[in-house]
Design a protein around this ligand. Structure first.
Ligand SMILES: Nc1ncnc2c1ncn2[C@@H]1O[C@H](COP(=O)(O)OP(=O)(O)O)[C@@H](O)[C@H]1O
Ligand SMILES: [Mg+2]
Length: 364
């Protein structure tokens, strides 16, 4: 539905978006995810026609749109600040795009009514924006975007101005509506939870460069590199060397001395330097006195240095020696450890994800 081919954008000498190829399938919700300043908004604005690419082409439904003016691209847009017209009624706000397209009056009335029902605010046509709450105004912005039946819906951090509870509600609302309408959607966020929960596909971006494109499970469980693993979720990174590989089973000797058996397809070879990524939630922890690993593999031992209670979960920071620390998140199903407790920590081999590390240069 949307194709980027060699799209690049510079502002003077600064590169906001490095040459980018990306395909967005019809009906999908695709998230552009990355830290502030990585080029998400710039990419979106190029689709919208609010920014001109320095290089490359953008296609919507196989039509090159680089030179198509904003108002001739059939797009719905929602931004962080809802930007309703404050002096127009809700009806006029939602009807705006339709009037602009010279849709007959009666048809407009019907479409506006249906759009307001879709966002579960029927009957507010005669109110003014200021009479609605922030969340309601954002739903009106959503109604205004979908009423024109856009080819593509563009959303730039639409939830970030809302408070926590409302954000969750709106997130589900957008998710449902997008699926019901089947409208192709590009959703920009820096919030990994939003991205993981809504997306058909996540595009992880760092400094204008795409790091990985994949469905939420792939991006979370099989991060392509350190940046992706670090940006999504709470990750531990432990360095080591491959000792041997048998099929998909890779034995890794960590620099800290521990031995890990990872289940990871790929061309790993003995002696290769690797970084093992282990999610903080994937560990099981026991008091050392209560548990001893049979063969000592996939097993760490250490002392709780710090912990923070988060309600449903507890974060532990465990000193495992060799100046290494593990971050372990426990869902409190088992027991509650104290600072100073000596614990055994275990991780299943399928939760050990390997990343290749560059070899250090041999001294000349
Ligand atoms: N109009 C502009 N002029 C100059 N630099 C810009 C402009 N818009 C964006 N940038 C720069 O481009 C980079 C990407 O910005 P942006 O796309 O807004 O990132 P994001 O939305 O991911 O936070 C940033 O370094 C930003 O400062
Ligand atoms: Mg932005």
């Amino acid at each position: 539905m949307v194709r980027f081919r060699g799209i690049r954008k510079s502002f003077g000498k600064a590169v906001a978006v490095a040459p980018t190829d990306l395909d967005i399938e019809e009906g999908h919700l695709v998230t552009l995810l990355g830290p502030s300043g990585c080029g998400k908004t710039t990419l979106l604005r190029m689709v919208a026609g609010l920014e001109t690419p320095t290089d490359g082409d953008i296609f919507i439904r196989d039509k090159r749109i680089n030179d198509t003016p904003v108002h001739q691209r059939n797009l719905g847009m929602i931004f962080q600040n809802y930007a309703l017209f404050p002096h127009k009624t809700i009806y006029d706000n939602v009807a705006f795009g339709l009037k602009y397209r010279n849709v007959p009056r009666e048809e407009i009335r019907g479409k506006v009514g249906r759009a307001l029902e879709m966002v579960r605010l029927p009957g507010v046509e005669n109110r003014m924006p200021a009479q609605l709450s922030g969340g309601q105004q954002q739903r009106i912005a959503l109604a205004r975007a979908i009423v024109i039946e856009p080819d593509v819906l563009l959303m730039d951090e639409p939830l970030s101005a809302l408070d926590e509870n409302l954000r969750e509600e709106m997130r589900r609302e957008i998710d449902n509506l997008q699926r019901i309408l089947g409208v192709t959607t590009i959703f920009v966020t820096h919030d990994q939870r939003e991205a993981l929960s809504m997306s058909d596909k996540i595009v992880v971006i760092k400094a204008g460069v795409i790091q990985q494109v994949g469905d939420p499970e792939t991006v979370y469980n099989r991060p392509a590199n350190h940046f992706v693993a670090d940006f999504l979720g709470h990750s531990n990174f432990v360095a080591g060397r491959v000792e041997e590989r048998r099929g998909d089973l890779v034995m890794v000797r960590l620099d800290s001395g521990f031995l890990l058996r990872a289940e990871h397809p790929g061309q790993w070879r003995a002696g290769q330097k690797v970084e093992v990524v282990i999610r903080a939630q994937r560990f099981e922890a026991f008091l050392k006195a209560d548990y001893q690993a049979e063969d000592g593999v996939n097993y760490f031992e250490g002392t709780i240095k710090d912990r923070s209670y988060m309600g449903g979960e507890v974060n532990y920071f465990i000193d495992i020696g060799h100046k290494e620390e593990l971050h372990v998140i426990s869902m409190m199903r088992s027991r509650f450890f104290q600072v100073g407790d000596v614990v055994s920590v275990q991780v299943a081999r399928r939760h050990c994800h390997l990343l290749a590390l560059p070899e250090e240069k041999e001294p000349a």
